[in-house]
Design a protein around this ligand. Structure first.
Ligand code: N01
Length: 506
């Protein structure tokens, strides 16, 4: 039987919303670009029975949390707004973070999300209640039940702090790039660990304000020319659709051994040669893996910053902190007043996965013990009426994150319509999830993300699977999954692979 029918078992479960806690139709967790975008589209669809839970005191996600000097979009900002709510007035080719944050706040305000927003409300647990056909949530502000749960908690929201012996004894300020100390005085000696997108953006700005900067680089990034500039007053902005198509073609450069990959490498090498005349420094800055294997970065001021007299590139990782001395793997020692950890985020093992328990009390973290899996990058077997935004294989290594987020929002809206029409909880079959996972694995096998010879946050260290990125063009993802298809939600598959009727254990 297809999901459109009503079996006796399902009908028996539809007992109406639980009465012992406030009930909402849809609970969305996280008010970053994904959550706010979904909220706006829910309202536009006339759906007002939703709550948008946000643990912080403001909307904006990444753009609220990352306020380090130099933070900016690292794809052209013409691609960085909701298609249903374009921002035609970005000030620069790569908009500064504060401007993007203001855009998200403006969307939340003007799309009427205020009555739905619950700021300062942290999700502490979510359990699917089989009997009630609803999610039971616990939050820092009390319980809630919801017919549908959508997680939109971001993939780069939980800072990863490395274990460096002695770090706890450092006498000065230590903070992660996503927890910037806004009161940091100028004129200090600063150590920066990490040379990913955040490190590369913040070091040139920091160098303008610090007495000295030492950058500890474990792995050099590939860096491409950026070409950032302010738009002139009245200047026409690039055509979004044309730019999106152009960006999507860059996926070809992520196929290992392709001519496009070779061309991209040449561009990156030429940039390095042009900006770094010293062959010894150039050697230290030359990656030994394929371009794009780790995120390819865009910067025109990274290499020049490293060549300033008061900036030092230490080409090895910190191995210890002894008082205010940073000890590098090379044996070099650096005295610093402040330590900035631009060390990335918990991506492959998202902490929220421990909070969400589906049928039989099994958590997403348990389901994902070997790495994240899904169908359509959005739904997970064993987790009825759950949609995960920005989760398994939902990122893009070559294009704007919003491309996938918007498609996922379309999928959720279609899923809700289907749910309304059938009244039957939506649970994707185990077979559909397995088939999608197989497809992702097969497609990922030929990409630089798996074959490029690097270690990156895109790949699950347990299984070696590419679990963070969609291994294809954004346009293909949108066409296939931007519209909800009920076929993979066949109940007989669910029954075969799951434990129907298992009592929730609260
Ligand atoms: O983090 P990362 P990020 N000792 O994980 C190093 C997005 N973003 O915050 O390469 C020494 O990329 C680590 O070294 P290695 C963007 O999608 C977007 O920079 O693992 N070093 C690496 O150099 C990006 O991809 C914007 O050897 C250690 C760095 O820390 C994502 O965020 C702006 C270490 C971490 O790099 C994450 O970027 C900024 C250790 N123990 C970021 N541990 C936009 O503009 C880690 N490292 C949209």
């Amino acid at each position: 039987m297809r999901a459109g029918g009503t079996t006796a078992a399902h009908a028996a479960r539809r007992t109406g919303p639980p009465a012992d806690a406030e009930h909402v139709d849809v609970a969305v967790v996280g008010a970053g670009l994904a959550g706010v975008g979904l909220g706006a589209r829910l309202r536009r669809a006339g759906r007002t029975g939703f709550a948008l839970l946000e643990r912080a005191d403001d909307v904006g996600g990444t753009w609220r949390d990352n306020v380090y000097p130099g933070v900016a979009c690292d794809i052209p900002s013409a691609l960085y707004s909701y298609s249903f709510r374009p921002q035609p007035a970005w000030s620069r080719v790569f908009a500064p973070g504060a401007e993007i944050h203001e855009y998200v706040r403006d969307v939340a305000r003007s799309e009427g999300l205020a009555p739905h927003l619950r700021l300062g409300t942290e999700l502490t647990g979510a359990r699917w209640s089989e009997d009630e056909a609803a999610w039971r949530l616990t939050t820092s502000r009390g319980p809630l039940t919801a017919r549908v749960l959508v997680t939109a908690v971001g993939r780069l929201s939980e800072p990863r702090v490395p274990e460096i012996p002695g770090l706890g004894t450092f006498p000065g300020r230590v903070f992660h790039s996503a927890r910037w100390d806004r009161d940091l005085p100028d004129g200090l000696r600063v150590g920066v660990v990490g040379t990913g997108a955040s490190g590369v953006q913040l070091v040139p700005e920091l160098a303008r304000r610090a007495a000295s900067v030492v950058v500890l680089q474990r792995t050099p990034p590939w860096v491409l020319p950026r070409g950032d500039r302010a738009y002139a007053p009245g200047e026409e902005r690039p055509d979004r659709a044309a730019l999106a198509e152009e960006a999507d073609r860059l996926f070809e450069a992520r196929m290992a051994g392709s001519a496009e990959e070779a061309a991209l490498r040449e561009r990156a090498e030429a940039h390095l040669r042009a900006q770094v005349p010293d062959p010894a420094l150039r050697a230290q800055l030359t990656p030994d893996y394929a371009v794009g294997c780790k995120r390819a970065l865009f910067s025109d001021d990274w290499y020049p910053a490293l060549q300033q007299p008061h900036v030092t590139l230490e080409p090895s990782a910190p191995v210890a902190v002894e008082g205010s001395t940073l000890v590098a793997a090379s044996g070099a020692r650096y005295e610093v007043d402040v330590l900035v950890l631009a060390t990335g985020f918990e991506t492959t093992r998202p902490p929220f996965a421990h909070l969400v328990a589906g049928r039989g009390g099994r958590t997403l973290a348990e389901h994902w013990a070997d790495g994240m899996t899904s169908h359509a990058s959005t739904v997970v077997h064993g987790f009825p009426n759950l949609f995960v935004l920005d989760g398994p294989n939902a990122g893009l290594g070559h294009h704007s994150a919003l491309e996938v987020i918007e498609a996922q929002i379309g999928y959720v809206l279609g899923g809700l319509d289907h749910l309304d029409a059938t009244g039957v909880p939506l649970e994707v079959s185990a077979a559909a999830e397995a088939a999608y996972t197989r497809e992702v694995d097969e497609r990922a096998a030929g990409t630089v993300w798996l074959r490029g010879g690097c270690r990156s946050w895109y790949v699950d260290e347990r299984s070696g699977r590419l679990t963070l990125l969609w291994p294809g063009r954004a346009a293909e993802y949108r066409e296939r999954f931007g519209v909800f298809d009920p076929a993979p939600f066949a109940p007989e598959d669910v029954t075969a692979a799951g434990q129907p009727g298992t009592r929730p254990f609260w």
